[in-house]
Design a protein around this ligand. Structure first.
Ligand code: SF4
Ligand code: SF4
Length: 363
């Protein structure tokens, strides 16, 4: 991929009217104290590049349809190429590394999928995404069994979609990693790929374009319950940032929950105006205070909506919200739709516990 920093900054320099709307919508931009035009003119710093959550809200609110985010994304690529960032410091995040947190967690907590039923004649494969298959094996198996029942399924693709590599600016490694996913899809003869995570869905959809492989969301593939005999609590849906542009998941998840019998209420910022959960752009590793503010803002919005349940189609968002104390019941949308309840309050602590246990063993 071509390094594009010059193009993205030139566009801002040429067109930004310094109206301030993007900074009003984004804490990170506001805290820089300068407009995108000033930043583009003087050059983006390393700290700025890795402080942007890559959420895409700035483009939505910009009356000129400019995209300040792209400057930060491109600046990360430059930081990697200039060796300002040492990727070895972040191996635990990176899917092409053996000792990343997801693989360690699955091994440490013995997450095992050897008991799923494989239909070798099926051309359908399930891509749960690494967060779901790591932190919620029960829900992953429930989804898989529903796909298996309806269409037959030849198993799961257990790789990460590669997003963390792209987010970190490790573009060459990301593209190499993406090739391994396409090769696996081809080698296994998969013709229909079912995806549950919005982030994976949009990335994989681009990757497999032109291969003839059909890509479907779990929500369009499965039939969920129609109506509930008892009245269900009010629920609000958090839309993950990758869905901001097209809203495929926003529509499908709301449709399925309403059909199921949930009464939906909306947060002040929803669909294309959704707010980041704090996990975007890996900012919790670079700017934890910004990530923390984003979580709190979103939880406040959810509480303000009057909802009892905060649901999302992205487990990363769910885990980020669930680690903060709150009166809300925080669930993956599929926990609700597949009658598989789970409490995620302690999930992130379990990952931290794993590292501290290992430190004790090593010391
Ligand atoms: S992508 Fe999100 S965090 Fe980054 S500048 Fe735009 S609004 Fe701010
Ligand atoms: S919203 Fe658009 S025009 Fe306004 S300051 Fe931001 S980038 Fe510039």
């Amino acid at each position: 991929m071509q390094l594009n920093l010059e193009t993205s900054t030139q566009e801002i320099i040429a067109e930004c009217a310094e109206c301030g709307l993007c900074s009003s919508a984004c804490n990170f931009l506001a805290q820089t104290g300068v407009s995108p035009l000033e930043m583009a003119s003087r050059g983006i710093t390393f700290e700025e590049a890795y402080g942007c959550a890559q959420c895409g809200l700035c483009e939505v609110v910009c009356p000129l349809h400019l995209n300040p985010m792209q400057m930060f994304v491109d600046r990360r690529v430059e930081a990697v190429r200039n060796e300002e960032l040492d990727p070895n410091d972040f191996n635990y995040l990176l899917p092409d590394e053996e000792e990343n947190v997801m693989k360690l967690y699955r091994s440490y907590y013995e997450v095992d999928y050897s008991d799923i039923t494989i239909d070798l004649d099926s051309k359908t494969g399930f891509f749960p995404g690494c967060t779901l298959m790591t932190y919620s094996p029960g829900l992953t198996k429930r989804i898989y069994s529903q796909i298996q029942l309806k269409y037959g399924c030849q198993g799961m693709l257990t790789s990460c979609c590669g997003k963390p590599l792209y987010q970190m600016g490790l573009i060459d490694r990301a593209e190499k990693y993406s090739e391994t996913i396409i090769n696996e899809v081809k080698q296994r003869g998969i013709q229909r790929l079912v995806v549950s995570c919005p982030s994976c869905y949009y990335l994989l959809r681009d990757l497999i374009k032109g291969t003839g492989v059909e890509i479907l969301t779990v929500y369009e593939m499965l039939d969920f319950k129609n109506g509930s005999p008892e009245s269900l609590p009010q629920c609000t849906v958090h839309d993950p940032c990758p869905d901001r542009g097209e809203g495929i998941f926003a529509q499908q998840v709301r449709g399925a929950l309403e059909t199921f019998g949930y009464e939906l209420v909306e947060m002040a910022n929803n669909r294309e105006n959704t707010l980041c959960c704090g996990s975007g752009g890996q900012i919790s590793h670079f700017r934890p205070e910004l990530a923390c503010n984003l979580v709190e803002s979103r939880l406040n919005e959810a509480s303000g909506s009057g909802a009892v349940i905060l649901a999302s189609s992205c487990l990363s968002c769910v885990l980020n919200f669930a680690r903060k104390p709150s009166q809300l019941s925080i669930r993956h949308a599929l926990n609700l739709l597949l009658d598989y309840d789970e409490d995620y309050t302690e999930t992130k602590n379990k990952a931290a516990q794993m590292f501290s246990d290992q430190d004790e063993i090593l010391n």
